[in-house]
Design a protein. Structure first.
Lengths: 266, 297
């Protein structure tokens, strides 16, 4: 039996039809992600990277090609591909605890007892350091904390692949750094397979094992894939002057700003 | 700047072996001062309406006191209706009952019609908000029917039910349902795509999606509709009861007019206004409790 990657995007095309005009967004995307790997997708805004994540999540249908998870086609959303949305998407009428509970009850309602589910919710809130705020409502906590709860909700589904859609995009620089460190620590501890969308070069290099660089749309393709051969655990401060880090960063910057600079009209 | 810190130091040096630790009395203003403050706050709210009402009553009294005036002054209203005010619970059989019984009959009709309108309205609103096909089909009908004045439905419902009681309830129902349907539909349509995506990732089924996501997310809109609905119901019931007769505050007013008891009409109007106000407050209070989290995102 030939070996296959854990998550495989196989010759995916995606186009949107509006009225009679058809816009091709993604063209011939093929990508394999191994178990436990942390892969980032980077590109200018409008290149279709969020669309790509939605295709993997099953929130949008592919136009051609397929998404394979453990060599099985997935074409509808499910908790095995949990998403952390850019704007946290917590349900504002539920407490932090209840926001995680709704996921845990749905995914583990049949397999875990009430007490086990409670422990599992608390375990995941602990993991993102949010157990102290379990009875607060989303409106009462900061943006970074909301994103942590969103992460806890996704982790609590025990997904095969964790999909992060610009999870730190709406946060200030300090909060973002803090949250990136948390995500690195959790990835280190649990060994999740992660696919992250970002437009931040430093974030991509710091967190990823591989960086997938997208060309500009329409009909965006994978322009280049860069391996980031940095040892884990990675330390933000130590890496700031690290030669490999700087070289990777340089490569991504060159790709984004020299060869595929953002075209305003695109 | 460090003064408080430096001052505190000697205190920590002194041996505490002999000193007895006494809890400091909390620094609160004396009871009298606090009562005065609270009373002041209350007075700020109470004094203006009391003054305005007093002035209005005075003007009314002066205008209607003259001989030949068609309406009674407030002092006459009070003396004429004093029996009705002090004993709202009498029941001399037939339609000769205290105001409490009239009011409670009207409230029962409203409760029934309004409850039906709320349930059916939320369900229909959900359908219209969720399905484009249903919206296209039903919305034109709703838009036309909702402009029909409540009482215009009464003859038709009397023809259908051949009885005053269900007809009145139907009029309440048909009056209250439109704002509930329309606001619910708008609320459902405005549910952010994010919440729908969360539901999809979790694979919530239709029923779970309805009561875990839709209803709470649309709750502020639904309650706007419910609040408009209760106001309209109360408006419609008085008019409907004037026509159908039987026990009820609307009939009481009509009966008072027929017997030229103008003072009783005025008393009933005050009661109708107060009850309508209370009903509105009850729905508003329910809304604040239920939508505590939803409104502030």
């Amino acid at each position: 039996m030939p070996t296959f990657p854990y998550l495989k995007l196989d010759h995916i095309d995606k186009s949107f039809t509006r009225g009679t005009t058809e816009t091709e967004v993604l063209k011939d995307i093929t990508l394999g992600i191994e178990k436990g790997e942390y892969v980032s997708i980077i590109g200018h805004s409008g290149c279709g990277k969020s669309t790509l994540l939605n295709l993997v999540a099953g929130l949008l249908p592919v136009s051609a090609g397929c998404v394979l998870l453990e060599n099985k086609e997935v074409n509808e959303p499910g908790p095995d591909r949990a998403v952390v949305f850019q704007n946290h998407s917590l349900l504002p009428w539920l407490t932090v605890y209840a926001n995680v509970k709704i996921a845990v009850d749905k995914v583990f309602g049949g397999t875990k007892s009430r007490q086990e589910r409670h422990d599992w919710i608390m375990h995941n809130l602990d993991l993102v350091q949010m157990a102290h705020a379990k009875d607060k409502r989303p409106a009462e906590i900061s943006g970074g904390m909301k994103q942590r709860v969103g992460l806890a909700r996704a982790l609590a589904m025990e997904p095969k692949v964790l999909l992060l859609d610009e999870p730190f995009g709406a946060l200030d620089a300090l909060t973002r750094a803090h949250l990136q460190d948390s995500v690195m620590a959790i990835h280190q501890k649990l060994g999740n397979t992660v696919l992250m969308i970002t437009h931040d070069v430093d974030e991509a290099v710091l967190l990823s094992d591989r960086i997938v660089m997208m060309t500009n749309g329409p009909a965006a393709r994978i322009g280049e894939i860069l391996d980031v051969p940095l040892q884990r655990p990675r330390k933000r401060l130590a890496l700031a002057g690290d030669a490999i880090y700087l070289k990777c960063r340089q490569r991504v910057l060159e790709f984004l700003y020299e060869r595929h600079h953002f075209v305003e009209a695109a | 700047m460090n003064m408080p810190l430096m001052k505190a130091e000697p205190a920590t040096v002194t041996p505490a072996t002999t000193a007895k630790v006494l809890p400091l009395p909390p620094k609160r203003p004396a009871l009298a001062t606090r009562t005065r403050m609270v009373l002041g706050k209350v007075a700020e709210r109470i004094v203006p309406p009391v003054v305005v009402i007093a002035v209005a009553l005075l003007i009314w009294e002066l205008l209607c006191r003259r001989a030949g005036s068609t309406l009674p002054p407030p002092s006459r209203v009070l003396t004429d209706t004093w029996e009705l005010i002090v004993d709202p619970f009498f029941d001399r059989g037939g339609l000769d009952k205290g105001l409490f019984w009239h009011m409670s009959a009207s409230l029962q009709r409203v409760a029934l019609g309004y409850a039906l309108a709320s349930i059916v309205g939320v369900l229909l609103g959900t359908l219209v908000g969720q399905s484009t096909w249903a919206m296209r089909g039903l919305d034109p009908i709703f838009q036309v029917l909702r402009t029909v004045p409540p009482l215009a439905w009464l003859p038709l419902s009397l023809a259908a039910f051949r009885n005053g009681q269900p007809s009145a309830i139907f009029v309440i129902f048909i009056t209250a349902i439109w704002p509930v349907i329309i606001n619910t539909a708008v609320g459902i349509r405005n549910i952010p795509q994010d919440y729908r995506n969360v539901a999809k990732v979790l694979r919530l089924n239709q029923l779970e999606f309805f009561y875990k996501i839709m209803v709470p997310a649309a709750a502020p809109y639904i309650f706007t509709g419910l609040r408009i609905g209760i106001g309209l119901s109360w408006l419609a019931i008085v008019a409907a009861e004037m026509l159908i007769g039987g026990v009820g505050i609307g009939f009481f007013i009509w009966d008072a007019w027929n017997s030229s008891h103008i003072s009783e009409i005025i008393l009933a109007l005050i009661y109708v206004g107060l009850v309508g106000f209370i009903l509105d407050r009850i729905v508003a209070a329910a809304a604040t409790i239920v939508t505590r989290g939803t409104a502030a995102n």
